[in-house]
Ligand binder design. Sequence first.
Ligand code: FES
Length: 102
Amino acid sequence: MATLDALDARGRAVVQVDGVAVALFRVNGELHAVADACPHRAGPLSEGDLVGYVVHCPLHTWPFDIRTGLCSRHPGVRVPTFEVRVQGQHILVAASGSVPAP
Ligand code: FES
């Protein structure tokens, strides 16, 4: 679990969820969470350029929608997404499908 003050000036953070690095992005006041490892060659998506809801992998620029995980350049390629919810100052990220109880 992380707190909102873990987000950097760009609204990003990396947290560990069951041993998996998860990149958090705050866009338009909402948080989105994807695995911080590009499915191509594990580039750190947390360091990619974000345009709207699309993060571009910093290694080879594959674009991923942080809401769905889908890659628009390579149909069928997807980075795992995670449910995320804010309760007070706490950021709750689900390990698999559902948001954990606080
Ligand atoms: S590692 Fe992400 S596009 Fe190659």
